[in-house]
Design a protein around this ligand. Structure first.
Ligand SMILES: Cc1ncc(COP(=O)(O)O)c(C=O)c1O
Length: 380
């Protein structure tokens, strides 16, 4: 592309609007397989207001730094974090998992991490970067099998990671049992709640029988949760917490030329726009707003389950959260046919299923239409 000469702002905007038409949009309700959703309109406004701010140079942006502290405190409160907790606003679940593994390795000077078969693929990247060996625990009814964890613990174990809301099926690993084991064995234990962190606490507050997964369990060392998933903030937004702030020292480096003297985050420059957006949406919705949203998503998940079953489809398992695995024999081919009908849905070839994530942008009437299209696609 020849870009030696500039183009007018109007022309650029027209070009951008045209190109954008090729994208799926959350508002169409046709994105059925994403863990992200449309950012709340207030989050978008807040991000625009803070677009130039940089959390990597916090003394320049004291107001934004204050917002980061407020966001961390609100989320820490939700997770029952102890007074000495440490927190970072990061880019999402991948960076948080990498940070957790980095801390576990640096504190223990050991090289093996125990993870579940259904853990997110970001752990493979993290292990490769940090030269850690992943010891993979098979699942039992899609949950990490706690008895098999005990068999893998040895003198090289740097830590254990479990998931509260797996990417594939929204399964919550037996976190209280794993936390007990890690507490007894004095092992670092990271809970990946990238997806579940902004829904499980709110469902629990309404009395849903979901297990404890946070710092209320003494064995939990760190937790990640993503505002850009069920938090309805802008991309990129990730929150990472550790039980003891001083653990960050194990991975911090000196920063000779910027305002903060030490930095624990892997990213240097970090978007204050994401911080402002997350603060705005959390403060605006409040816990009550997230409770309503969580309930809407679960109700719609149960409705979807009912319609699917009435239409002759089977689910891989009962959905503990708002993710459904629909059994089909050729998931990839089915997803491609659905794409031609205008649906974006992901699939899982290991579990032989289509994967439906019932996010806040999904409308009930579109579910009916989707199930009819799915039936058509399976027939032909
Ligand atoms: C459980 C879990 N952990 C980590 C991640 C990675 O998050 P991100 O894509 O924001 O880096 C995901 C993404 O879907 C996830 O579901």
């Amino acid at each position: 592309m020849d870009w030696s000469k500039g183009k007018s702002q109007k022309n650029i905007m027209n070009e951008l609007k045209e190109t954008r038409k090729k994208d799926f949009t959350f508002s169409s309700s046709r994105i059925l397989g994403s863990m992200c959703t449309a950012p709340h309109p207030l989050a978008q406004q807040a991000a625009a207001l803070y677009m130039e701010t940089n959390m990597g140079d916090p003394e320049l942006f004291l107001g934004t730094k204050e917002l980061e502290k407020r966001v961390l405190n609100m989320a820490a409160d939700l997770l029952h974090a102890p007074p000495n907790y440490g927190g970072l606003f990061l880019s999402g679940g991948t960076e948080s998992n990498l940070t957790a593994l980095h801390i576990a390795r640096s504190l223990s000077h050991k090289k093996e991490i125990i993870i579940s078969q259904s853990a997110h693929f970001s752990l493979q990247k993290a292990a490769s970067l940090l030269k850690l060996k992943l010891r993979i625990v098979p699942t039992q009814k899609y949950q990490m099998d706690v008895h098999k964890i005990a068999n893998l613990v040895n003198d090289h174990t740097a830590g254990v990671m479990a998931v509260a809301g797996t990417t594939g099926l929204g399964i919550i690993d037996p976190i209280p049992d794993i936390a007990n084991l890690c507490h007894e064995e004095n092992l670092f234990f990271h809970v990946d709640a990238a997806f579940g962190g902004f829904i499980i606490p709110f469902l629990k507050k309404q009395g849903y029988p979901l297990p404890q997964f946070d710092f209320a369990l003494p064995g939990v060392s760190s937790i990640s949760l993503d505002p850009h998933k069920m938090g309805c903030s802008v991309i990129p937004s990730g929150l990472f917490f550790i039980r003891e702030k001083k653990w960050f020292e194990a991975i911090s480096v000196d920063t000779p030329y910027i305002s903060a003297k030490k930095q624990a985050s892997l990213s240097g420059t970090r978007p204050g726009a994401s911080v402002a957006a997350t603060y705005a949406v959390m403060r605006h919705l409040g816990q009550e707003g997230y409770i309503d949203m969580a309930k809407r998503c679960i109700d719609l998940t149960l409705y979807t389950k009912k319609v699917l079953q009435q239409s002759g489809f089977s689910l891989i398992t009962d959905p503990p959260l708002n993710i459904l695995g629909i059994q089909v024999s050729k998931p990839f081919q089915v997803s491609q046919k659905l794409l031609k009908k205008g649906w974006s849905i992901s699939y899982n070839t290991q579990l032989h299923c289509l994967r439906l994530v019932i996010m806040p942008h999904i409308k009930k009437r579109l579910i009916d239409q989707f199930v009819t299209d799915l039936q058509d696609v399976i027939k032909c």
